[in-house]
Write a protein that binds this ligand. Structure first.
Ligand SMILES: [Cu+2]
Length: 483
């Protein structure tokens, strides 16, 4: 995947190293349209009905982000990022992973609820030159999920240098709704990442103490591996599957023109009915699906997606697209109520940099932190408390996402944030949730798969520095097999 931009030597100064570069930096770049890379859909190697087989090679490559500057990157079956994998509810999925790197890796299916041994966490190490096969049944509703490395101490760098890909799960509901579903045409994957480039166009990682403290923030936003790309979209309703695959940055996105936007899915899939929103919030690891209605925009006009006033993705409105509607209903949503909970556990995320911890502990692969009984429902009360570090984060602003919380092997619903009902975009199925300093969220979840799973901060430098714990979902033999 070659994603060229002409580089304006000298315009990028260190003043922008911790903030995002304003768009004027690239004002003189080539104005190619339709240079948004669309990750190819991986071909199913199996012809058996209901059986999906993929082979993923984890490999080294090069990417030319700026014309004439080739930088080393990592990719799945390519130079950067990876193909989009697809499977349907009920499918048996077999994925063969070949590690062609010089270091070990793992592949975690973020948002897919599989038994612990297939989860691709730190226990499923793939040594250099070795192979690992994951096999699982898709046992959940349609959703936009993703896959990425999850080794001990290597997740952040491997994701930063390019490893990550989308995984789209379908079901009867997603296939029968009259919403855009032409991949890459009106159903568009948007993988958002920020990276730090030097004046000469080189990509760099971890260059200051701040990167260790708060996680790596870049100075340039990439979409699907390309810098500030552009795409023509049909004049009508377009579906966007947004994934924040950044190491540490959260985004508050909006379009720069007034158009109706409807939230249709959160991390774990469809919500009950579309909700009109005007901003899209995503912390690292989170996904959101939206329908944007461009029919009021004239053909040829440009609408940008922006964070603050940094327009990092531009859409040119093309010819009228297919006739879609904003459906009045999307899917069944069974709310889990508080009284179903069997137990409440507390998780306090504290510290920065090398001091990050959960409940005062740092990750130890030989220690199980929590034991849960399969089939039970629990409330996990998760909070971020900076304590003595509070002074350091004050200049990041009150809404700064200092940590977030991702649990493997389970989807949850948010009961409350700071005692109040959660925001609209947090009322669906979730697997990752943002936390500001002082926030407390109550998450309710039912454990359906057995094995050892991780819970951690998805600011990847924090995860690698030990902001992670393990829970074991155990079968209660007296109650029979629920898996
Ligand atoms: Cu964190």
């Amino acid at each position: 995947m070659i994603t060229r931009r002409k580089f304006n030597v000298g315009l990028l100064t260190t003043a922008f190293l911790s903030g995002l570069a304003p768009k004027v930096l690239y004002a003189n770049s080539r104005e190619d349209w339709d240079n948004l890379p669309i990750p190819p859909v991986q071909k199913n190697e199996s012809t058996k009905k209901g059986y999906v087989k993929y082979t993923i090679n984890v490999q080294k490559g090069f990417t030319e982000f700026f014309e004439g500057v080739r930088v080393p990157t990592l990719g799945y079956n390519g130079n950067i990022l990876g193909p989009t994998l697809r499977a349907k509810k009920g499918d048996i999925v077999e994925i063969v992973v070949n590690n062609k790197l010089d270091e070990e890796t793992t592949v975690h299916w973020h948002g897919i609820i599989v038994p612990g041994e297939m989860d691709g966490g730190p226990h499923q190490r793939i040594l250099p030159g070795k192979q690992w096969t994951a096999k699982f049944i898709v046992d959940q509703q349609a959703a936009t999920v993703w896959y990425h490395p999850h080794g001990i101490g290597t997740t952040a760098s491997q994701v930063y240098w390019g490893l990550g890909g989308l995984f789209i799960l379908d079901d009867e509901v997603s296939e029968n709704l009259n919403i855009p579903n032409e991949y890459g045409i009106d159903d568009i994957p948007i993988i958002i990442q920020d990276k730090r480039f030097l004046n000469d166009g080189r990509l760099v990682y971890l260059t200051s103490m701040r990167d260790i403290m708060f996680g790596m923030l870049g100075n340039t936003v990439l979409v699907n591996g390309a810098i500030e790309p552009k795409k023509t979209v049909p004049r009508g309703i377009v579906r966007f599957r947004l994934l924040n695959a950044s190491n540490a940055r959260s985004y508050l996105l909006k379009f720069d023109k007034q158009i109706p936007i409807f939230l249709i899915a959160t991390d774990g899939g469809f919500i009950e009915k579309p909700i009109e929103i005007n901003k899209i919030f995503l912390s690292p690891g989170e996904r959101i699906e939206i329908l944007a209605d461009f029919s009021s925009i004239n053909e040829g006009d440009i609408v940008s997606l922006e964070d603050g006033n940094y327009k990092f993705l531009k859409f040119k409105i093309g010819k009228k697209g297919k006739n879609y509607e904003i459906p009045p209903r999307l899917a069944n949503f069974n709310k889990i109520t508080k009284d179903e909970s069997f137990k409440t556990r507390d998780f306090v995320l504290s510290g920065l940099g090398h001091m990050v911890n959960i409940n005062g502990k740092q990750f130890d692969i030989n220690r199980i932190d929590e034991i849960v009984e399969i089939g039970t429902t629990e409330i996990w009360r998760v909070s971020a408390n900076m304590g003595m570090h509070r002074m350091m984060i004050n200049n990041n602003g009150r809404n700064y996402v200092i940590h977030n919380f991702h649990a493997h092997g389970v989807l949850f619903q948010v009961l409350s944030r700071n005692g109040k009902p959660p925001a609209l975009h947090e009322r669906g199925w979730k697997d990752t949730i943002a936390l500001r300093d002082g926030d407390t969220v109550e998450l309710i979840m039912k454990f359906k798969k057995k094995g050892i799973f991780m819970y951690h901060c998805h600011i990847l430098e924090h995860e690698d520095n030990g902001m992670m714990g393990q829970f074991l979902v155990k079968e209660d033999k007296s109650k029979g097999d629920l898996v």
